[in-house]
Design a protein around this ligand. Structure first.
Ligand SMILES: *[C@@H]1O[C@H](CO)[C@@H](O)[C@H](O)[C@H]1NC(C)=O
Ligand SMILES: *[C@@H]1O[C@H](CO)[C@@H](O)[C@H](O)[C@H]1NC(C)=O
Ligand SMILES: *[C@@H]1O[C@H](CO)[C@@H](O)[C@H](O)[C@H]1NC(C)=O
Ligand SMILES: *[C@@H]1O[C@H](CO)[C@@H](O)[C@H](O)[C@H]1NC(C)=O
Length: 383
């Protein structure tokens, strides 16, 4: 059975259409969602925007499928009512037979107390941060037609520069739909992304509180090291960490000038501080893990990665027009998002593993939802 259905998703008023499949060749795992393997931790991954988080989510989706974990999905669509703050009311019911959820990893704006109300205690909290300059550039191009502050620049020849040179003209901090338009990572972490940071302000204690909430903040520029740290926390096998980069855009823009980099940093100054704070905590964790051990494991892991890529992929990432329907990532319209074709000659076991590794977010989400509940995702309620 490989029934194709259409689903719609609302993102800032935009309806997404995607082709989904209910069965991904050979099944994985034992079927019905259940409480995780004895001793395996429950996991919350805060999926930040344009930071490499889709790749992490795919790894977690695969672990969930293989281990038959109960996934906390949004009640509607693919996100927890983003950009609203997370509420327990946004979560779909527990699947029959599950005592509690084991994994929560869809887009949300963090409200830690509400998340803690839907996952068992203790659960491991993870997230990922990326260099704020790259993050903002990526957010800007991806959401150019969607975020209100960016929309007027749709036809501009140098839209990013134009935005940063006159941001007050475009940016209304009161409009929550502009959450990604300034300090997007700070916003996703639930903080006030347009706050003043002065001596005695709440900022320092907010960072400290995030450090207490998250056992690991991964750093996208050190993605493999981050995965190895996560592996220890989550008790995953190294093979379960294999990945290809998902949701990558085809870059048409020239590299950023030094001037533009400085403007992006100034505009996203909270994200710069957030990133620096967790970068230094990250390196302390690596030190604690052991540099020699990290170096050895990285070599092993990268050899496995290279082998997996060589086995699975027909070549470099490709544009949406030359891709199988079920492997085509959602396209925001403003940029081209690349995906992968698989080798033609895979055995059925190889196909099963490789297919999941390249499966885009929306398709994998809809598939896991169907597997967990035996029905399609709910349509969005009509307002
Ligand atoms: C951009 O150009 C398109 C096509 O010409 C037009 O429909 C749209 O209104 C323009 N957008 C803005 C913000 O100027
Ligand atoms: C965020 O901080 C700004 C500047 O300090 C303040 O004006 C604004 O009211 C704050 N917003 C919220 C929602 O607390
Ligand atoms: C972050 O939290 C850890 C664990 O509680 C603690 O050891 C560390 O000192 C904290 N780091 C900072 C910079 O606050
Ligand atoms: C598929 O083809 C590639 C390239 O021709 C080859 O290296 C690989 O071993 C083949 N795989 C299988 C399972 O036959």
């Amino acid at each position: 059975e490989s029934l194709k259905i259409n689903q719609k998703e609302k993102l800032f008023g935009l309806h997404r259409k995607t082709t989904l499949t209910r069965s991904l060749a050979k099944p994985w795992g034992s079927g019905k969602a259940r409480v995780g393997k004895q001793g395996a931790p429950n996991i919350v991954f805060l999926k930040t925007h344009k930071t490499g988080s889709s790749t992490v989510q795919n790894i977690l989706f695969r672990a969930a499928e293989r281990r038959s974990l109960a996934v906390a999905f949004p009640r509607y669509s693919y996100q927890f009512a983003y950009p609203e703050r997370f509420s327990r009311d946004f979560v779909e019911d527990l699947p029959p037979g599950a005592a509690h959820f084991n994994l929560l990893c869809s887009h949300m704006r963090l409200e830690a107390g509400e998340v803690q109300a839907v996952v068992p205690s203790p659960s491991v909290f993870l997230t990922i941060l990326r260099d704020p300059v790259r993050t903002f550039e990526s957010v800007f191009h991806y959401y150019r037609n969607i975020v209100p502050a960016f929309q007027p620049l749709a036809n501009h020849s140098r839209p990013l520069l134009a935005f940063l040179e006159a941001s007050s003209q475009y940016y209304d901090a009161q409009d929550v739909s502009n959450g990604l338009a300034r300090n997007p990572m700070t916003f996703d972490l639930g903080l006030n992304a347009s706050q003043e940071v002065a001596p005695g302000s709440r900022w320092a204690s907010e960072l400290e509180r995030l450090n207490q909430t998250f056992q690991l903040v991964m750093i996208a520029e050190h993605f493999d090291e981050s995965l190895l740290l996560a592996r220890e926390l989550l008790g995953l096998d190294m093979e379960e960490l294999l990945y290809v980069r998902l949701n990558v855009r085809h870059k048409e823009e020239a590299p950023l000038s030094k001037e533009l980099v400085q403007k992006i940093q100034a505009w996203n100054w909270l994200d710069v501080q957030l990133y620096r704070f967790f970068q230094s905590i990250f390196w302390r964790k690596v030190e604690h893990y052991g540099y020699v051990r990290m170096k050895q494991e990285l070599a092993t892991f990268r050899a496995l990665l290279q082998e997996a890529v060589g086995k699975c992929l027909a070549g470099e990432p490709v544009g949406p027009e030359v891709m199988a329907d079920e492997l085509r990532p959602w396209q925001p319209g403003s940029v081209t998002i690349l995906g992968y074709n698989l080798r033609q000659n895979l055995t059925s076991d190889q196909y099963r593993d490789c297919f999941r590794m390249v499966l885009p977010e929306l398709q994998y989400h809809a598939y896991l939802y169907y597997r967990q509940y035996g029905r399609d995702m709910r349509p969005l309620p009509t307002a």
